[in-house]
Design a protein around this ligand. Structure first.
Ligand SMILES: Nc1ncnc2c1ncn2[C@@H]1O[C@H](COP(=O)(O)OP(=O)(O)OP(=O)(O)O)[C@@H](O)[C@H]1O
Ligand SMILES: [Mg+2]
Length: 303
């Protein structure tokens, strides 16, 4: 197979030119020397250490890393829901200090109001910020159409599937016309088929409107399929390992999952996230397991 020779650093002319164009666009988000430490009775956890990066207008950036490496801490800090210990977050050049309508959030859990209809959920933000009922309703209808839920405007969240609820959550975040959409494993709770539909749907939305997206995921395929660039974090403390330019051309399609560029990128992400275990760690792991094995004699030769 020729993909063994392909490196994730190899870019076609079209891809290289696209990245050059992206770099010419305005910087929407800049993170400078960001640190986050949590203090608790057990001591201090350094969740993020010296994070630096920039995201350009209409870029799609994914963040990946092992569990506990600080992905949610990072996105919550960008959202203004956590205060950093040191460093700066600049949105359009202005320091972020607390939550704001310029950042839309979508989480893994469904954060819709169960007592409001789909349309009223989407209208909630505009109404809270002083828009009249009619204007809020007009906006809500427009965004529900974009996420394909016009027919469900008067349904309640419990009457929708998981994928549909996340589409409402996206509409509810976008109705405020944020500069950036911050998504923390938004499709993590969906089944594989719904998840892949939601990925294509999100790419459609992103293509059609002026939005920059920062998207957290555990799933390497999802990150490569969606992203222009992938920010890879390492745990304890959370630090940037690499900011990878995805060499897979756009528009993306499921057929690319087995392309040489796709596989080369996946191999690189795998190497970064699952580095080879050192010999002494192997020994420690084996001795930890042995006490469990002793309890399961009956499982001999189950295969
Ligand atoms: N409120 C908190 N108080 C104390 N420590 C915290 C708090 N939130 C997160 N941490 C610690 O900070 C580190 C990063 O946590 P975070 O939730 O950001 O990781 P994550 O990459 O989102 O993990 P996952 O992939 O499991 O969602 C972990 O060691 C976690 O225990
Ligand atoms: Mg998390």
């Amino acid at each position: 197979m020729s993909d063994h020779q392909t490196s994730y650093l190899d870019q076609s002319d079209a891809v290289r030119e696209r990245f050059a164009r992206i770099r010419e666009r305005d910087v929407i988000l800049e993170v400078k020397n960001l640190y986050k430490r949590y203090k608790s009775a057990q001591g201090e956890t350094e969740a993020l250490r010296n994070i630096n990066f920039k995201i350009h207008r209409r870029e799609f950036v994914c963040v990946i890393g092992a569990s506990g490496c600080g992905k949610s801490t990072l996105i919550r800090t960008l959202a203004g829901l956590e205060k950093q210990s040191a460093g700066e977050v600049l949105l359009d050049g202005k320091p972020v200090d607390g939550p704001g309508r310029d950042r839309g959030m979508v989480f893994q859990g469904y954060s819709l109001f169960p007592w409001l209809t789909v349309k009223r959920n989407v209208m909630f933000g505009p109404q809270m910020s002083g828009h009249g009922f009619d204007a809020a309703e007009r906006d809500a209808r427009q965004w529900l159409e974009l996420v394909g839920l016009t027919k469900f405007a008067d349904s309640y969240p419990h009457q929708l599937s998981g994928g549909m609820r996340q589409r409402v959550a996206i509409a509810r975040a976008l109705v405020n016309q944020p500069r950036i959409l911050l998504m923390d494993e938004p499709f993590g709770a969906l089944d594989a088929q719904t998840r892949s539909k939601m990925q294509s749907h999100l790419l459609d939305i992103w293509r059609n409107i002026d939005i920059t997206i920062l998207f957290i995921t555990h799933d390497l395929d999802e990150a490569i399929y969606l992203a222009d660039r992938i920010l890879v974090l390492k745990p304890h403390p959370g630090e940037v390992l690499e900011f990878i330019e995805v060499p897979v051309p756009r528009p993306r399609s499921a057929a690319q999952f087995s392309s040489p560029e796709f596989l080369a990128t996946k191999r690189r992400l795998d190497e970064l996230i699952h580095p080879p275990v050192a010999e002494d760690e192997h020994a420690a792991e084996a001795s930890e397991k042995s006490s469990i094995y002793r309890l399961t004699d009956v499982a001999d030769n189950v295969e």
